[in-house]
Design a protein around this ligand. Structure first.
Ligand SMILES: [Zn+2]
Ligand SMILES: [Zn+2]
Length: 332
């Protein structure tokens, strides 16, 4: 029989139904190695084509003086970087609106078109983490920005429109409903118990240990108790902190190390599977917030979302989180 679990941090419900995997068809096959060239003349992110993505806001050079990674204004930004944030221009029974100002950058992660994140040297993951931190922090200096999201879509099935490895940073002039809801959940837990919900979950996960994937001095990676999909995993700092950009150098170094390890493990098990990576954190002004605990979410896109999920907000996970954690723990 399946089991219905609730994720306490997100409020989401999921049907854990490992026997469903036997049905077939629901799970994508592990990503296959489709040959990709290391350079594509028409790619706007490949070296030599910088003019196609020229509005540069951040870069790191390699030892030869060439850029190693760079962040540029997204040419197809969902928000406009110029203009003031205007209050609701209209508010009707159908909804309200503000003008779409905000910031949207694309972070070109490497010069090499075909380099998979699982093959980044750990030093390069550290540069990537530093770029995330830098842009996250800079975005929050814009008074129009209320919430910043750092994310990565890897593979077309995870929403990537460009093959060249890249991440995105978006500064939004509102706090999205899902984010507000999760902050409120954690705030209520703090009011009721005096504790941070995530700190409590981390302690419980470490005690149970059955869903832990990897740990280092400062971080723990695990599959949540109510994972929405197979291999859906979280990386949490062990010490309480609400904001990721105000952490210490040692913490970012430890994050790079565990992220590198987790990407290697996911690749070892799933090959070049599509995935989404998201950093969920409050801004520097709320760094001391006792109720929110920042984290990284990594979701390999191995199962398909269909009408049931859209219609209920519930998910069906055709695997056991404990079983999948065990597989990732032993993956190389
Ligand atoms: Zn390219
Ligand atoms: Zn905490």
């Amino acid at each position: 029989m399946s089991e219905i679990r609730q994720n306490k941090l997100t409020g989401e419900w999921v049907i854990i139904a490992p026997e469903r995997a036997k049905r077939g068809g629901n799970l994508r096959q592990p990503g296959e190695a489709v040959p990709v060239p290391s350079y594509v003349a028409t790619c706007p992110f490949c070296p030599g084509n910088e003019v196609d993505a020229s509005d540069e806001r951040f870069y790191v050079n390699d030892q030869t003086g060439n850029w190693a990674l760079r962040s540029v204004i997204n040419k197809f930004s969902v928000l406009s970087g110029s203009g003031e944030l205007a209050p609701a221009t209209e508010s009707t029974v159908c909804g309200e609106s503000v003008n779409g100002v905000g910031l949207h950058e694309v972070l070109v992660e490497t010069r090499q078109h075909d380099l998979l994140p699982a093959f980044y040297p750990v030093e390069h993951v550290a540069q990537l983490v530093e770029a995330y931190r830098h842009r996250f922090h800079a975005f929050y200096q814009d008074p129009r920005v209320r919430h910043v999201i750092v994310f990565k879509n890897h593979g077309a099935d995870a929403g990537a429109s460009q093959q060249h490895p890249h991440s995105q940073i978006v500064g939004i002039p509102i706090v999205p409903g899902q984010v507000v809801e999760r902050i409120e959940r954690s705030r209520r837990f703090l009011e009721e118990t005096g504790l941070c919900l995530a700190c409590t979950i981390i302690a419980e996960e470490r005690t149970q240990a059955s869903r832990i994937i990897a740990e280092n001095e400062r971080f723990v990676a695990f599959i949540p108790y109510a994972a929405l999909s197979p291999y859906h995993l979280w990386i949490f700092p062990k010490d309480h902190a609400a904001c990721f950009s105000t952490e210490s150098v040692e913490t970012w170094k430890a994050l790079s190390q565990i992220l590198h390890l987790v990407l290697t493990k996911v690749y070892g098990l799933l090959g070049n599977a599509p995935f989404n990576l998201v950093i969920r954190a409050l801004g520097p002004r709320e760094a001391e917030a006792p109720h929110f605990h920042w984290y990284v979410s990594l979701v390999p896109r191995v199962n398909k979302i269909a009408g049931f999920e859209l219609g209920t907000g519930m998910y069906v996970n055709p695997s056991s989180p404990e079983d999948r954690a065990q597989a990732l723990r032993s993956a190389g």
